[in-house]
Design a protein around this ligand. Structure first.
Ligand code: DC
Length: 223
C-alpha cells in the first residue's frame, strides 16, 4: 500500500491539495480533521465539557455513545455520527475550535487512532492532519509538511467560508487560525510538528495548480 502523510497548520491548503492529488493518482483521500470535528460536535450536542479534567467523562461518552464512520462517495469523504451525515455541519467555524480543544485530550486521540491506521492499511491513501507523519503513519513512504504565511492561509480560509455562504470576518478568521495553530502545536499529546523525515512545502507563492503539481512531484519522487 502507498501511504502519503500530509501535515501542516490551519488553512495551508492541505485538504484541497491532497484531495486533488488523490483524484489524479487514484488514491483515497482521508481528512483526519473531520474526525476531531465530529468528536467536538458530539461533545457540544451532548453538553459534555471539553477539558482535561473532564477527560474521564469524555472517554466514557465517546466509547459508549459515539459510532463514527467514514464513507467515500464519488471520491468525497463523508463522516457519519451515529448514522447521521454531519459532513456539512462539522465545517462550521465554531466546530473548528471544538475540534482543536478535543484534539488535545489524549483519550480522544487514541479513540481515533485505529480508524485512521485501518484505512491506511487497507488502501492507497493520502491522509492529511497534524500528526500523520509523526504518530499515525510513521512509516509512510512520503511525508510532506505543507505551510504558508498566516495572512495568506487566513485569506484562503476566509474566501472558502464566504463561497459557502458562511458569514465571516477576516480578522476573526485570522485570530481563530493563530489560536488554533498555537493550541495544536503546544499541546502535550501529538502536537503539530514537521516529522524529521518530512519535506517542507511552503505554498505562499503558489496557486492551486502549482501546489498540486509540487505535491505530485514529491510523491512520485518519493516512491
Ligand atoms: O484540519 P482541520 O482544521 O479540520 O482540523 C481540526 C482540528 O483537529 C485542528 O485544529 C487540530 C485537530 N487535528 C489534530 O489534532 N490532528 C489531526 N490529525 C487532524 C486534526
Amino acid at each position: 500500500m502507498i501511504n502519503v502523510a500530509i501535515d501542516g497548520p490551519v488553512g495551508a491548503g492541505k485538504s484541497t491539495i491532497a484531495k486533488e492529488c488523490a483524484k489524479r493518482l487514484g488514491c483515497i483521500y482521508v481528512d483526519t480533521g473531520a474526525l476531531y470535528r465530529t468528536v467536538g460536535l458530539y461533545c457540544k450536542r451532548n453538553g459534555i465539557e471539553i477539558s482535561q479534567e473532564n477527560s474521564g467523562n469524555i472517554e466514557n461518552a465517546i466509547k459508549s455513545g459515539l459510532k463514527l464512520e467514514i464513507k467515500l462517495e464519488n471520491g468525497t469523504q463523508l463522516v457519519f455520527m451515529n448514522g447521521e451525515n454531519v459532513s456539512e455541519e462539522i465545517r462550521l467555524p465554531e466546530v473548528s475550535m471544538l475540534a482543536s480543544a478535543v484534539s488535545a485530550i489524549p483519550c480522544v486521540r487514541s479513540f481515533l487512532l485505529d480508524t485512521q491506521r485501518k484505512v491506511a492499511k487497507e488502501n492507497n491513501v493520502i491522509m492529511d492532519g497534524r500528526d500523520i507523519g509523526t504518530v499515525i503513519l510513521p512509516d509512510a513512504q512520503v511525508k510532506i509538511f505543507i505551510t504558508a504565511k498566516p495572512e495568506i492561509r487566513a485569506k484562503r480560509r476566509y474566501d472558502e467560508l464566504i463561497a459557502k455562504g458562511i458569514d465571516a470576518k477576516f480578522e476573526d478568521v485570522l485570530n481563530d487560525l493563530n489560536t488554533r495553530d498555537y493550541n495544536d502545536s503546544h499541546r502535550a499529546e501529538a502536537p503539530l510538528k514537521q516529522a524529521d523525515d518530512a519535506i517542507l512545502l511552503d505554498t505562499s507563492d503558489f496557486d492551486f495548480e502549482q501546489s498540486v503539481c509540487a505535491v505530485i512531484n514529491l510523491i512520485e519522487k518519493g516512491n
